[in-house]
Structure formats: C-alpha cells, structure tokens
Design a protein around this ligand. Structure first.
Ligand code: CP
Length: 306
C-alpha cells in the first residue's frame, strides 16, 4: 500500500507513466468508466476547497466508483475533538482510498501512519499539494510537449503558496529548468526550498520583485494568489494582496507561446480580461486535474485497465 504525501513519492519514471495514463484517460474516457466499480473514495477536507475535492470526487465517479466524506472540520467529529489518527482508522473501515486536506502541515502524514488504506495529501497548510503538482505537470507537458528546457516564472505568494513548493520540487528533476521567482520581499520562497532544493541542487534561478522584469524571458508563468488564510494579521494581507495584477497590457511583454497557469482560486492577480487570451491556460489546468487524479486513484488502487 502506498501513500502520496509529496510529488517526490513518485519516481520520475512513475510520474511519466502516471501522466501517460492521464493522457490515455483524456482520450479514451469510456475505457475507464467502470474501472473502480465497487470502490469508494473518502474525501476528508478540514479546510475549504472547490477544485481539489470536487475533482477527486469527479475522478472517482468517472471511474465508476463512489464517494463519501466531509467538506469542513465543523461538519465532522473533529469539532468534538476527534484526532486525525482516529478519524482515518474509522475511515479505513468505510472506504478503499482517501484524500485529506488539513490546515496543519504534516496532518496527512499522521493520517497515513494510522491508515490501512492509501492516503493522498490534498494540501497541508503552507507545506505541500502534490496532486496540484501532478495537475500542473500534466498541463505543462500537454501544452509545451516537455517538462525540461523551460524557464518558469513563479509569481505572488511564494512563502505560503504550497503549490509552488511542490512544483519546484517536482520540476528540478527535469533537465535545464530555470526559475524566476517573482515576489515581494515579505513573500519570498522559504529557505527550505530555496536553500534545501534550488541551491543544494545548483538549479539556476533569480529573484525579482517586478513581474515586468521577468515576463519577456518566460516559457511559462505560474501565478498564485496571496494566501489570506495563512497571514497573522489583516493589515499585512491588505498591503500585499494586490501587489501583482496580470493584465493585457503586461502580457504584451510576454512571448506569444508563454502559457499562464494558476492553481486557482484567483482573487485579483489575473484580470478577467486575460481569460480570453489563448495563453491563459488555468481553466484547462483545472480540467487536467480530473484526468490526473483518475490516473492516481487507479495507480494507488493497483487497478489495471487493458
Ligand atoms: N487549486 C486548489 O487547490 O484549489 P481548491 O483550494 O479550490 O481545492
């Protein structure tokens, strides 16, 4: 039995196989329509979500399985003081696989240690979001045809944005990837990623504050929202929240084939006028999230479809 806590829980070879499977699911959905008949997915969400929870549920339903779960801590026995470990022990009696989101970093790992079913980290605090990374990798590979030889701009809240932390860890395993880290001083990448991953592996990167300075160089721009829920005071959030707004005028500086990704939800950081630009790929990205989660469920449940 395997759990997925970080994108590094999959080797590059396994990741490539998973993305190939997701592409096959996209092309031949009917082939997989009954692959998980009789199986159940539990979604244990202690923190709000639209895409991750609904795409996990859509993924299991598309595979012919069933779903159960809760969408907030308040609607579960966590509100009465039940521990994550006890909750997963009980969930293991009801479901075959589980996706868990929790505001505390490491909570999905605690769950995995008490679980007798595969546990998937669906986002833990400001730490990791591995299935968003799988979604991002599938999107990048589908749009650009490769995961190496790319200059990628990561823009916004690089401190608390867990999707950025997971994505960097995954992308540094591919050749000739360069990063431009675009953030205000207060929201720079944490040192466990900058020093522990980028510097340690001698990955080329630079840090800039102005989006305009980075745009002309980029093959991909990964925008993120400022993570309001992780700030200690409202005043700091208000000061930071509109630091970056990508609009049509700024996009004039970008290459004609520079795709724009965003894990969503968007707040103000991408103007709605950008949505009609052919380079805006964030809604396609959300669709890829269903295919890749279908592939992950099949892989962890060891279901083979011929
Ligand atoms: N991208 C993402 O994790 O979105 P949700 O918070 O809506 O799940």
């Amino acid at each position: 039995m395997r759990h997925i806590m970080s994108p590094l829980d999959l080797s590059v070879e396994e990741l490539d196989q998973l993305l190939d499977l997701a592409n096959d699911i996209e092309k031949n959905p009917e082939k997989y329509a009954h692959a998980c008949a009789g199986k159940k997915l539990a979604t244990l969400f202690y923190e709000p979500s639209t895409r991750t929870r609904l795409s996990f549920e859509a993924a299991m339903l598309n595979l012919g399985g069933s779903v159960l779960g809760f969408s907030s801590a308040d609607s579960s026995s966590a509100a009465k003081g039940e521990s994550v470990a006890d909750t997963i022990r009980v969930t293991s009696c009801y479901a075959d696989i589980c996706a868990i989101r929790h505001p505390k970093e490491g909570a999905p790992l605690v769950a995995s240690m008490a679980s007798s079913i595969p546990v998937i980290n669906a986002g833990d605090g400001g730490h990791q979001h591995p299935t968003q990374t799988l979604t991002d990798l599938l999107t990048i590979r589908s749009l650009k045809g490769r995961l190496g030889d790319l200059t990628i701009g990561l823009c916004g809240d690089l401190k608390f944005g867990r999707t950025v932390h997971s994505l960097i860890q995954a992308l540094v395993r591919y050749p000739n990837v360069k990063f431009i880290l675009i953030s205000p001083e207060e929201l720079r990448l944490p040192s466990y990623i900058r020093d522990g991953v980028l510097n340690k592996q001698q990955i080329p990167y630079k840090e800039v504050e102005r989006l305009e300075d980075a745009l002309p160089e980029l093959d991909l721009l990964y925008m993120t929202r400022v993570q309001k829920e992780r700030f200690f005071n409202e005043e700091d959030y208000v000061r930071m929240k509109d630091f970056y707004i990508l609009d049509k005028a700024k996009l004039e500086l970008a290459k004609p084939d520079m795709y724009i990704l965003h894990p969503l939800p968007r707040v103000n950081e991408i103007a709605v006028e950008v949505d009609s630009d052919p380079r805006a790929a964030y809604f396609r990205q959300a669709q890829y999230g269903v295919y890749v989660r279908m592939a992950l469920i099949l892989t962890l449940l060891e279901v083979k479809v011929c």
